[in-house]
Design a protein around this ligand. Structure first.
Ligand SMILES: Nc1ncnc2c1ncn2[C@@H]1O[C@H](COP(=O)(O)OP(=O)(O)OP(=O)(O)O)[C@@H](O)[C@H]1O
Length: 353
């Protein structure tokens, strides 16, 4: 097991997913840009770990690497991913056994000219070689029932265009569970759905995760969805993890100013932090990233030292980890005095180690 993201509940258990020091860079054109940098985490059976961050932060690339499906134009250039003890080849063209992925848009993954039941039956037959066609079809109907599709036998005979968005996502979840995975990667699984359908689809994923004991990675830009559903969360910024730990602890005490900034954009949470406030600026272009903190250009608490050298992801109490100079134990003595008073009031002060 890697040393990362352990907490008391996991002591002595082996993670299903173990990612150590993962790096992903662009390839083909010089100069290569480091898109994912030094990412390490574990996911244990039966838990939902959320990966959250703004668009372009590297969440999907991290999820694709776990599924062995990195897109053209990028490659893994550091680290190791193991799933069930097996090293994942991130340049493969198919998901490794034991891993299923649910993407944002089921229409791009479903075959438009094949009946839904046949698509699920095909996944059953890949998992259980030797099963008869008839048995695989019967199993597909059972799976449609399990993903809470009304009139499953009838629905199995229909094509994707006859389904609503929510039903298509249920069908995709059916294909995912037909593979009988240990690991489920859900990348923005409800972003394309109506608000009314989002909750029921997330409820379904949550229920299957618990019933099947899946190690689940929920990827989303929506901190509200991730925080509601995850046991632990990882906040990603410009290719790096910046704040990780048990969800409740992170919501109650955001250690990184970026997490605090994200929480201040959620009305229900913002009040506890002094009021609703949009996050200023936008994520920096990775090609322009300097050696230090990548969030510094947007951070009200920054001091020159933030941008001068790499800031490590530092383990804290209770399974938390944070990448911020205020927490790395090497602070200049006069740090508090150098943070503008207005920023201290807004962000709850400077060095509180
Ligand atoms: N195939 C590719 N070739 C080159 N760059 C890529 C490729 N795929 C992603 N990137 C770049 O890698 C960075 C991270 O992308 P990624 O899709 O992982 O972000 P994300 O956090 O999932 O955001 P979103 O929610 O918008 O998908 C972005 O700057 C993106 O432009």
């Amino acid at each position: 097991m890697s040393e990362h993201n352990q907490n008391i509940a996991h002591v002595g258990r082996r993670p299903v997913v173990s990612v150590t020091d993962l790096g992903i860079e662009t390839c083909g054109h010089d100069p290569h840009v480091q898109l994912v940098d030094g990412v390490s985490f574990d996911v244990f059976a039966g838990e939902m770990v959320g990966l959250v961050g703004e668009s372009g932060s590297g969440k999907s690339l991290t999820g694709s690497a776990l599924a062995g499906l990195l897109p053209d134009g990028v490659r893994q250039n550091a680290g190791t991913i193991t799933i069930g003890g097996q090293v994942v080849d991130t340049s493969a063209t198919a998901c490794p056994d034991g891993v299923s992925v649910i993407f944002q848009n089921p229409m791009t993954s479903l075959n438009p000219s094949m009946r839904i039941g046949d698509q699920i039956a095909e996944a059953v037959r890949i998992r259980h070689r030797g099963i008869s066609r008839g048995d695989a079809k019967r199993r597909a109907v059972e799976i449609l029932d399990r993903v809470e599709m009304n009139r499953p036998a009838e629905r199995a005979k229909q094509y994707p265009f006859e389904f609503s968005g929510g039903m298509r996502q249920r069908a995709m979840i059916g294909i995912a569970i037909a593979r009988e995975p240990q690991v489920l990667i859900a990348d923005e699984p409800t972003t394309a759905l109506d608000v009314t359908v989002q909750k029921s689809v997330m409820d379904l994923i949550d229920r299957l995760r618990t019933e099947m004991g899946l190690a689940a990675l929920l990827i989303s830009h929506d901190l509200g969805v991730v925080s509601e559903r995850s046991d632990r969360m990882m906040v990603m910024y410009a290719g790096q993890l910046v704040d990780t730990g048990p969800t409740e602890a992170m919501l109650g005490d955001p250690l990184h100013p970026y997490l605090e900034g994200l929480l201040r954009c959620i009305p229900e949470r913002a009040m506890e932090l002094g009021g609703l406030q949009p996050l200023p600026g936008s994520v920096l272009a990775l090609a322009e990233a300097g050696p230090g903190c990548r969030f510094a250009p947007r951070c009200a608490l920054r001091i020159p030292e933030c941008e001068a050298q790499p800031i490590p992801l530092r383990p804290m109490a209770d399974g938390r980890q944070v990448r911020c100079i205020r927490r790395d134990g090497t602070l200049p003595d006069d740090l508090n005095a150098r943070i503008p008073v207005a920023a201290q009031a807004n962000f709850g002060g400077g060095n509180d180690d």
